[in-house]
Design a protein around this ligand. Structure first.
Ligand SMILES: Nc1ncnc2c1ncn2[C@@H]1O[C@H](COP(=O)(O)OP(=O)(O)OP(=O)(O)O)[C@@H](O)[C@H]1O
Length: 739
């Protein structure tokens, strides 16, 4: 093939350049730089799908006899229920009513753990790959993009799922994906000097010298390292023989295919090429057998993210993409990358991944039916297309307390891991909220989504900014979340060896991710299907940024600082909240006790009051009765003789206290028998009963005054108001008496 001047078709073109490939033209038509409103408006157009993020749950079997019960029960192929174990801190510190109830989670598919002691791991790995990743392999061969990432606490089986343990037949989804791709394109390899550039572009002509140099160096190094790799595998997992997955899928016979791989690591918020000069990297690293020695070499050059102006997506500038022509080559590259990956033995996992790794397989397709000279840049875009499948092994979302890393670089690593995972969660959460507000959430039934009655302008106003730029990981994922392809999440769980709360967080995260829809548009591509088949279609508003071409490290520092501050404040807030909860509980219980005591006191007080009132009322009645008794006496007895102690005003003073004390004694034998009423008297007057003569005028100030009556009625009327007897009553009584 004659070499022509290497020209990137679009990777370095500015918007508006006449050299845009068709996919970019479509992207511009879709207005995908700020696509939130247009995308929603066009969501009914042909080929647009609102794909929810599919989530798969894989439960790790216990490696030895479990010393605790699993707190996850598998209900069906798609549902699990999570119980709070009785010894969990959570159930002690929080209200049982809200947290102790079992929680049901639904996934696209649940993979139950193998029973303890089962040897069926190879079959389990194969089944897992077939259900989760094989469809994505078919997609990438058909020109579509996909992202699959593992998420879970450390030691939950993420690396096992992605890589597999190098035991025969137990390869993970990544090596299997490579196997299936090569099995499927066998005999249809593209040998043209065309290579992928950026996210979706192609560069015609011979590969640039660094690429070919790299490839040859890599190959020779691969051979040299092969022996070491096998030794490493043997020490780690026993027999390291390479075995292949025999699966192959049907591919379009109109195309020829070439396979390009890249391997990038996100470590401490910096991007490193895992395929770059691995030998040098290994040499510059001190003996890597023990703890600190496994730190990445300080000489490693961090890479920068670049924006592809046409598609709006981001790619790692300067990342090596190596063309591989066999399964063996690809697997060797994976192993080299793994060697370089920063691994450090934490307390929780002996070989814990301390970074996120992204392995990307790019498929460059050449349409054999379209004949275009290599110097026809616009024509090339009809002949060639690029699609990619990214498989991501995330670092564990462990707690710092579980990992014996209270200071130094390990703490920084953990901080970076947590930051990027937290940011991933924030992005998903914001996207979910935006979609819920816009009525385009996959959880909203189709019929309802349009009935929200919101105008585009209103919807746009209510959209929040998705913080993709807050971490390198989310920046890398951004194009997928913006509609570049399908997104699959594998949730790994170790329910016997890991704390309940960590796994509960993972489950909550997955439940939220499941509700995020990716607005993927399958382009109505021309027959040549030269595009990557997806244009960006999303309800995401991008953060404005000054430079599209390269990272603003200074700004990143500032953002990092803000994020660190944010994280610190969140922790403080969490601590304050839990302290508040404890104080609240204490105050509540103290208040309860105090209230109970007060209620008892009040009860006693009111009982006492009631008794006193009853006594007073009795006394009052007694007084009345006594008064009437005396009055009756006064009326019917002989006229009261003048006594020196009685005033000249002819008043009789009856002290109420005396009446009170004596009233009871009088109630039955009211007065001395008189001549007129002898018949009515039934008992003699007691000795101590007062007589009018015996009542002294000085006995009390509160005395009751009775005038010397001229007639009974008048005498009653002179009754002092203090007696509280109504004069009408007195009249009636008087009449009775007269009668
Ligand atoms: N499904 C499984 N079946 C059998 N063994 C498993 C399974 N998943 C994980 N393991 C074993 O559990 C251990 C921990 O797994 P792995 O290293 O993959 O965890 P991880 O989540 O990647 O941890 P980290 O985040 O710290 O890297 C390994 O010994 C692995 O072989």
């Amino acid at each position: 093939m004659a070499a022509v001047e290497p020209r990137a078709m679009h990777a370095h073109k500015k918007p508006g350049s006449p050299l845009k490939s068709s996919v970019h033209a479509q992207a511009f038509m879709a207005g995908n730089r700020t696509p939130s409103t247009s995308s929603m408006a066009r969501s009914t157009e042909q080929g647009v799908s609102n794909e929810p993020i599919q989530t798969f749950l894989r439960i790790r079997p216990p490696l030895s006899e479990p010393d605790s019960e699993s707190y996850i029960d598998v209900l069906s192929d798609t549902q699990v229920v999570m119980h709070v174990p009785s010894d969990t801190q959570l159930s002690k510190s929080r209200s049982r009513s809200t947290t102790a109830a079992p929680i049901k989670y639904t996934f696209s598919r649940v993979f139950a753990p193998l029973p303890h002691g089962s040897q069926n791991h190879a079959q389990a790995q194969r089944d897992f790959f077939t259900a989760t990743t094989l469809p994505l392999v078919e997609d990438v061969l058909a020109g579509k993009n996909s992202l699959v990432f593992t998420y879970g606490v450390t030691n939950s089986g993420k690396t096992y799922t992605v890589q597999g343990p190098h035991r025969r037949g137990e390869a993970g989804i990544l090596p299997r994906a490579i196997d299936v791709i090569f099995n499927s394109i066998a005999g249809r390899e593209c040998t043209k000097a065309v290579r992928p550039v950026g996210l979706t572009g192609v560069n015609a002509g011979i590969s640039d010298p660094s690429q070919s140099l790299l490839a040859s160096r890599s190959r020779s190094r691969l051979k040299a390292n092969h022996r070491n790799m096998m030794t490493l595998n043997s020490t780690r997992e026993g027999e390291g023989a390479v075995d292949m997955d025999p699966t192959s899928v049907e591919v379009n016979p109109d195309y020829r295919y070439s396979v390009w791989v890249s391997y990038v690591e996100v470590y401490n918020e910096k991007l490193y090429d895992l395929l770059e000069s691995p030998t040098q990297s290994l040499l510059t690293r001190p003996d890597r057998s023990e703890n600190e020695s496994t730190m990445p070499a300080p000489t490693r050059r961090p890479l920068l993210l670049k924006s592809e102006a046409e598609s709006g997506g981001k790619y790692v500038g300067g990342l090596k993409e190596i063309k591989v022509s066999s399964i063996h080559e690809a697997r060797e590259l994976i192993r080299c990358g793994l060697e370089n990956r920063s691994v450090f033995g934490t307390m929780a996992n002996r070989s814990s991944s301390r970074s996120h790794s992204v392995f990307t397989i790019k498929i460059l397709r050449e349409h054999t039916g379209v004949d275009v000279p290599l110097n026809d840049v616009a024509g090339l875009s009809r002949k060639y297309s690029v699609s990619r499948l990214s498989i991501v092994d995330l670092a564990g979302s462990e707690r710092i307390s579980n990992t014996d890393i209270s200071s130094g670089p390990r703490l920084k690593e953990a901080g970076s891991i947590n930051k990027s995972l937290m940011c991933l969660g924030q992005c998903l959460e914001t996207m979910r909220k935006n979609q819920t507000r816009a009525g385009t959430s996959p959880s909203i039934p189709d019929g309802l989504s349009s009935s929200s009655g919101l105008h585009d302008a209103q919807r746009k106003r209510r959209q929040s900014i998705v913080p993709f730029r807050h971490s390198k990981l989310t920046e890398l994922f951004q194009s997928f979340f913006m509609g570049d392809g399908k997104v699959r999440m594998i949730v790994n769980l170790n329910p016997t060896g890991t704390g309940y709360e960590e796994n509960a967080n993972v489950m909550r995260f997955s439940a939220m991710a499941k509700e995020v829809g990716i607005h993927v548009t399958s382009s109505a591509a021309p027959a040549s299907d030269v595009s990557s088949s997806f244009v960006h279609e999303t309800s995401v508003v991008e953060l404005p940024h000054a430079s599209d071409d390269e990272d603003d490290e200074e700004q990143d520092e500032f953002v990092n600082m803000l994020l660190a501050e944010n994280q610190r404040l969140r922790l403080q807030c969490e601590r304050a909240e839990s302290a508040c909860r404890i104080v609240e509980e204490t105050v509540r219980s103290e208040m309860g006790q105090h209230l109970a005591a007060t209620l008892q006191k009040m009860q006693r007080y009111y009982e006492h009051q009631l008794q006193a009132e009853m006594d007073a009322s009795d006394a009052f009645m007694d007084r009345k009765i006594d008064l009437f008794t005396r009055l009756t006496q006064a009326v019917h007895d002989e006229p009261v003789s003048t006594n020196s102690s009685v005033s000249t005003e002819d008043k009789i003073m009856i002290p109420p206290n005396r009446i009170l004390s004596e009233s009871r004694n009088h109630i039955n034998y009211t007065s001395e028998p008189s001549a007129d009423s002898t018949a009515q008297r039934t008992s003699p007057r007691p000795k101590h009963a007062p007589t009018r003569a015996s009542i002294s005028a000085e006995e009390s100030q509160d005395a009751i005054y009775l005038s010397e009556p001229s007639s009974p009625s008048k005498r009653y009327r002179k009754l002092c108001p203090k007696t509280a007897i109504h004069t009408d009553e007195m009249d009636m009584i008087a009449q009775d008496l007269n009668a």
